[in-house]
Design a protein around this ligand. Structure first.
Ligand code: B12
Length: 403
């Protein structure tokens, strides 16, 4: 039996048959006393996502086989090892699809499709490949997943397909323009790519020492933008992984030096833990957020990248925190983020600790933070401090009222 067929029979038998049907649940799977019809809808998305990723290789293989048999031409660009390449690519797409389905945010999948189109442009992979791949994926889902799951998956897949049919427009440099910080970001990146990290550092530290540009602007609008651009160059195939790693390391040194040069408000007695969710290796943006809290007088427990949720409880207990700031850069880690929030919320001791979330998915889908149970989001480090401070004050007011 094909593994994907096994999945179908397992799924329809085990999950969707009669009394085995799930009761209304909180957005991310665990029972919630105030479950609403919305929450039920969301738990269906979550179920569908679990099915998509329960045996992702098998489902991706079914789609890849379908694509190759329906249109061998659509995979010609991959040459001799087309099947393996299409298989890997489809499995990754399926994982992005699952996360968007789990939170019922087609915009997240559309964003992935736009990202893929731009990446393909630089590698001479035609749009017809992606359109055919999405058709095959939809076909495989229809063939192997139960109707109830399809109702959540199809609208997301179709949004992605419509986006793929529009085709790619070449991505624009994050560093075009004549603003002072943009010019400096260009010079910083050129110095890094020329292998002169010391020059790059000096370029951002000199204006900080001279007081001609604030350290926060240098961090976000210069170093941050340079990172965005090296990411774009890597995506379209114009920069190597080594270029990107080099840029990240110089950026980390620059950010640490800028943080040391910046002003600091007196200690305010508040403590924040900053962490990237389990699986998430990006933490430079989070580091900027941590530095902004420290500059505003907070005591910062910077836990950094890939923080497993279950080990977080220890920090919450001792030394304890007033705020949790959680980063998710790629949408592949959204369910982990939701699980982490749920873990904290389920513990009576900490269920009122405010949780601030941030990172690209929360900009792509602006109400996503609410959906996954967080208390707020912010797009920049300065905004994170403003929102975080407000959340802690609101919590104190609530506690005072209930006394
Ligand atoms: C550096 C980098 C890496 C480094 C990370 C090093 C590190 N220690 O962080 C490494 C090499 C590990 C890496 C790996 C990968 N990366 Co990467 N990476 C980047 C890059 C170039 C820079 C990230 C960055 O620091 N940006 C600068 C900061 C300042 O911006 P920011 O993160 O958005 O943060 C700001 C806000 O979002 C917000 N914020 C951030 N965190 C938080 C938290 C809270 C609580 C709040 C309120 C706000 C907030 O405030 C920050 C300041 O303004 C980006 C490009 C980009 N556009 O960002 C790609 C990028 C994010 N990576 C990408 C990819 C695909 C990957 C990999 C999958 C590649 C691979 N095939 O291995 C892996 C995934 C690893 C994993 N499991 O997480 C893609 C993501 C595409 C997508 N949407 O899925 C990007 C966008 C590159 C691209 N253009 O294609 N990467």
């Amino acid at each position: 039996m094909h593994p994907a067929s096994f999945m179908r029979s397992k799924a329809s038998g085990m999950i969707f048959a009669g009394s085995a049907r799930p009761r209304p649940e909180s957005s991310f799977g665990l029972l919630h006393p105030l479950a609403t019809p919305d929450a039920e809808m969301n738990s269906r998305g979550r179920f569908a996502a679990e099915l998509l990723t329960s045996t992702p290789r098998a489902l991706a293989a079914a789609a890849a086989e379908r694509q190759i048999s329906a249109s061998e031409r659509s995979v010609e660009c991959f040459g001799a090892d087309a099947f393996t390449r299409v298989l890997d690519d489809t499995e990754l797409r399926l994982r992005y699809l699952a996360e968007a389905v789990a939170v019922e945010k087609p915009a997240l999948f559309e964003h992935h499709i736009r990202w893929a189109l731009e990446a393909h442009l630089g590698r001479e992979i035609p749009n017809s490949y992606l359109v055919a791949n999405l058709e095959a994926l939809e076909h495989a889902c229809r063939e192997h997943l139960p109707e109830e799951a399809l109702r959540c998956i199809e609208p997301v897949l179709r949004a992605g397909r419509a986006r793929a049919q529009e085709g790619a427009s070449p991505s624009c440099s994050a560093l075009s323009g004549a603003a002072a910080e943009t010019k400096l970001a260009r010079q910083f990146l050129v110095a890094v790519l020329e292998g002169d990290g010391e020059r790059a550092l000096e370029l951002v530290l000199a204006p900080a020492r001279a007081g001609t540009m604030s350290t926060s602007r240098l961090a976000e609008a210069v170093v941050g933008r340079a990172l965005e651009e090296i990411g774009r160059l890597w995506q379209v195939g114009d920069a190597s992984v080594a270029d990107e790693h080099l840029c990240s390391r110089v950026a980390e040194r620059a950010l640490a030096a800028l943080a040391a040069l910046g002003d600091r408000a007196p200690r305010n007695g508040l403590r924040v833990a900053t962490l990237s969710v389990g699986g998430e290796m990006h933490d430079i943006g989070l580091r900027l957020v941590a530095d902004a809290f420290a500059a505003a007088g907070w005591n910062v427990l910077h836990l950094g990248a890939n923080m497993p949720g279950e080990h977080l409880m220890q920090i919450l207990r001792d030394p304890g925190v007033d705020l949790l700031a959680v980063a998710t850069t790629i949408s592949l880690h959204l369910r982990n983020t939701a699980r982490l929030i749920e873990l904290v919320r389920l513990d009576e001791e900490f269920d009122s600790v405010p949780i601030l979330v941030g990172g690209a998915p929360f900009r792509i889908a602006p109400d996503l933070w609410r959906e996954i149970g967080a208390d707020g989001t912010a797009s920049t480090a300065a905004e994170a401090v403003t929102v975080g401070t407000r959340l802690v004050e609101e919590r104190r007011e609530r506690a005072a009222r209930s006394r």
